[in-house]
Ligand binder design. Sequence first.
Ligand SMILES: Nc1ncnc2c1ncn2[C@H]1C[C@H](O)[C@@H](COP(=O)(O)OP(=O)(O)OP(=O)(O)O)O1
Ligand SMILES: [Mg+2]
Ligand SMILES: [Zn+2]
Length: 646
Amino acid sequence: MDLSGGPDDAQAELDSVEAELELVELQITELMDKQAELTSRRNALLQQLEEACDAAQSSSSSSLKPSKADHVMNKQEMQRYDRRDFPWSEKVEQQLKDSFNLSKFRPLQLRAINLTLLGKDLFLVMPTGRGKSLCYQLPAVCSTGFTLVVTPLVSLMEDQIMYLKSIDVSAAMLNASINKESVKTVMAGMTDVKSPFKLLYVTPEKIAKSKLFMSRLEKAYNANLLSRIAVDEVHCCSQWGHDFRPDYKLLGILKRQFPKVPLLGITATATSSVLKDCEKILCVSQPITLTSSFNRTNLYYEVRKKNSDNEASISDIASLINSKYKDQSGIVYVFSQKDAESVSTELQKRDILAYPYHANMDPQDKSRVHHKWTSNKIRVVVATVAFGMGIDKPDVRFVIHHTISKSIENYYQESGRAGRDDHPADCIVYFGFSDIFRISTMVVMENTGQQKLLQMVDYCQNFDRCRRSLMAVHFDEMWNEEGCNQMCDTCRHAQDCITVDITQHARQVVQILELAASNNEKMTPLKLTDAWMGKGPAKHRKMIQTTTLSRLKAEAVIVQLLLRGYLREDFSFTPYTTYIYIKLGRKAPLLKSQAHSLTMKMRTTESEPAEVKAVSRKAKAKEGKRSVESARDGPPDNKKTKRDLP
Ligand SMILES: Nc1ncnc2c1ncn2[C@H]1C[C@H](O)[C@@H](COP(=O)(O)OP(=O)(O)OP(=O)(O)O)O1
Ligand SMILES: [Mg+2]
Ligand SMILES: [Zn+2]
């Protein structure tokens, strides 16, 4: 080894080699991520092709195929459970009309009902508002004994019991608000061969904590009176589901103690990995999973930029409600209880009959608001997520998010309150930069909280892909772009979007953060944007290149850099609050390479500052070969600023 230049030179070269190695490793990681993404896409397509071939073969050949296990049946094999010649079919049809006053089944309902009546364990994944409850209510009415229904919320139970009473189906519930006398009556009814109720609703806590209840269940089981177990909102079993509830974890006892009773797990929002987890927790082996498309075809999805001025943002919402949705019923979702109070007051000031709803209100006040809204005495409920599962008003014409949801699953559930009568309805999110960080501090403790929030941000920041296609990813669904039918803003306004080169912008942001780090200064998202826009302290302005992008665009670039890993959030906890700072992400060093370039999609509807240039096809083709010259393509030197970075 030649150390003739002395140890200092060697050290300097070693540093530079190490820096370069780090860069190469990053590039390899990026390529490997891309490879994983493409491989998974290829596998999904191969599976789709295989299924299509299977289907073609089975319809063209009359010979019997070797029968597969039920839980891996393909679509054609599943169709035999849509028949109407089972021993119970006549009764099922009759009850559908006579008790439930419905004329026909919606997709998958009959299949689910036949499968559970055949005694199969079943997971049913169906979009919000599509009628999952019927899949256990109707079998309950057609079976001897009673169906045990596990439900996460007392309010859900009460709603269902109220509804069942109204159609003369006998149902009972056990929860903390039931008096001792009624508990006794219900417990006695569980083993009464005359079955005074067809459905018994309980919370998971009841099963986990009441030995008396478990012993009654056992008696009912031995007397063949426990006909079925339905676990509603089954995703609550899994830590990976968005509404995890610890007591759901103990429900495995049901299948272990009562193995002969068919179990029906129901949800609108479980991914396949969540379902696998639920399967383990509930101790069901290889249940049949019925999944209907998550797609609610009558819902129009749209994202709007939220005005950073609070008053103005509420005025935007109010004028929308007062014009497009005049006299119609809707929900405005907000971030906090405080927001629920203040936004509803502001909407009232603007002539909208709006009331707040949140977890901290008296139960009577909550049910009063719910009731008045259901009976159209008030038009708008301004609610936190407490107003969600089980809200079943058919004619909700709009669900507006004043603040983004904390995950796509949550958004799907919340927006799913709209249009349950199958008539068109709108789901609109107001997407604001500072809201991202408000929610971030709330979800920081959750294992996958940050990741899920960023997926929601990605949904909002996206301008070119169909909003439904982004949701499909979360429900493991293969998405065919035609399925949207122009029912989202990106499909409807696809032409309003261009690709812009943001490499130079990204470098400027990175430089600001490097400078801040060298001064031991922490940058909040607001401070970073201000500094970049030349609104920071004068001493900084001399040292950094400020941007001529509009604030909205500058924020969009920062969000994009966060989403792509060039920036990251960093949290600092005090006993009173959590602070959020922006730091360099793991991909930031890639920007050191002149060949590296970054693009993003932007809306053209807002006027474009000169330096954000659309990337032409030609330029894109050259992207791989970008060099020092293209780095000079950046913004013209801003007169106010001087480049003086270390
Ligand atoms: N076959 C049908 N025909 C017409 N309406 C139906 C049918 N089945 C159910 N419904 C109605 C009844 C309810 O008002 C509405 C929603 O049903 P429900 O069972 O509460 O939805 P869900 O449980 O799938 O939604 P969520 O996920 O929000 O709980 O649909
Ligand atoms: Mg339901
Ligand atoms: Zn679309």
